[in-house]
Every structure is written in C-alpha cells, then in structure tokens.
Ligand binder design. Structure first.
Ligand code: CA
Length: 220
C-alpha cells in the first residue's frame, strides 16, 4: 500500500514517514500543497495524509481539486489544534476522515488502516482469503492452512498486492508502485527477490511467473 504525506512540518512528516514505512507501507512525502496535488493526481496512491495549512495550496483546495478531477483516493486530513480550521469544511471538500493535531501515532495508523479497509470495499473485512492462504491485513498475520507464516513487512506488502488480485496477473511495475516509494530508483527486479522469498515460505506453486507480464497468486 502506497501513501502520500503532504505536510510542511518537516520533522513531523519525517517521523510519520519513518513510522509508516516500518509498518510496511511505501511512503512518499512532499512539503507543499501544489506539489502534493500534482503527485496525488499522477501517482497510484492508496491513501493521502493531507495537512491543511500548507505553502503553495492549502489542504482544502488540494482535496477539492482532486475530487473535482474524479480522484477517489481516501484522504485523511490533519487539522490544527486551535480549531482555526473547520473539520466540517474538510469533510465537505471530500476528505474521508480527519485527525486533530497533536494526535497519537497509534490512532493515526488505526485510522489509515480503517480507511484502506473501507476502500477495499464490500464486507470491510480486513481478511483476504485465497484458497488455504489467509491474510489478516489488520493484524498483519498470515496463515497457510493452520500454519502461521512469518513474513517481513515488505514480503507482507508484496503478497498483499498479489492477494488483492488473486488469479489475475499483477505486473512487477504494479507491485513496485504500491510497495516501494518514489525515492526507490534501484532495480525493478527487487520484486523478484521478494517473490522468491515468498515462494520459499509459501511453496513454489503459490506464485506463478507469467512471462513478460508479471505474477499470479494461485489458490493453494
Ligand atoms: Ca502545516
């Protein structure tokens, strides 16, 4: 899952990015509203964390512009503590949720996961099941039948991308886009390294390579 943080308080933005990266998200950070709008409009983000008071363009306008252009990416707005900014206005412009500063990091992560689950749609269940494979995306646990499989945060994130589209071909570029941030300019074949690790843990038959196209998670 790939997140964009638009926040001009650099220390806060850096701390959030570090924490969310450790949770297994790919995180990009920009410090300016206009740049945030451009990134959000172009990138394949699963969620935006958007401050309101920003240089370039304020968060309300960024949010409204994205919605007007048809972007449905979930948006979590960060509002100022002093109540100078109106939470209702944030929701009116199309934000999905808001948090008032200062906020607890644990609450932020819970809200982000809740928004991502809601966007996942339907049942709102955090559990993705593919054959005998069961991924609890809220608890970050994976079971194959009765056996719990221990995955690193990145392995989990790669498997999640494949599991969300089980039975379909997912390209290496798709996986890269959702699991690695834009600062990653290394070899796209990094995806193969993680797929190999997943095959060792889940069994070689779990992930098929579709030549020239990508990978397909098979029901086990
Ligand atoms: Ca700000």
């Amino acid at each position: 899952m790939r997140l964009l943080i638009v926040e001009d308080e650099k220390r806060l933005a850096t701390a959030l990015a570090a924490g969310l990266t450790a949770e297994g998200f790919a995180v990009d950070v920009v410090h300016d509203g206009l740049e945030g709008l451009h990134r959000a409009a172009e990138g394949a983000y699963d969620l935006l964390v958007l401050d309101i008071m920003l240089p370039g363009m304020n968060g309300y306008r960024v949010c409204a512009a994205l919605r007007a252009a048809g972007h449905e990416t979930p948006i979590l707005m960060l509002t100022a503590k002093d109540g100078e900014y109106d939470e209702a206005e944030g929701l009116d412009t199309g934000a999905d949720d808001y948090l008032t500063k200062p906020f607890s990091y644990v609450v932020l992560v819970a809200r982000i996961r809740a928004l991502l689950r809601r966007r996942g749609g339907g049942s709102g269940s955090p559990v993705v099941t593919v054959g005998a494979l069961r991924m609890d995306t809220a608890a970050r646990r994976v079971h194959l039948g009765e056996v719990e499989i221990t995955l690193t945060a990145k392995e989990f994130a790669v498997l999640e991308q494949l599991a969300l589209r089980a039975g379909q071909v997912v390209s290496k570029a798709d996986v890269l886009e959702h699991v690695w941030d834009f600062a990653y300019d290394g070899d796209p074949n990094i995806v193969e390294v993680y797929v190999s690790a997943l095959r060792r843990k889940l069994g070689a038959a779990a992930i098929r390579t579709v030549r020239g196209a990508g990978y397909r998670l098979e029901a086990l």
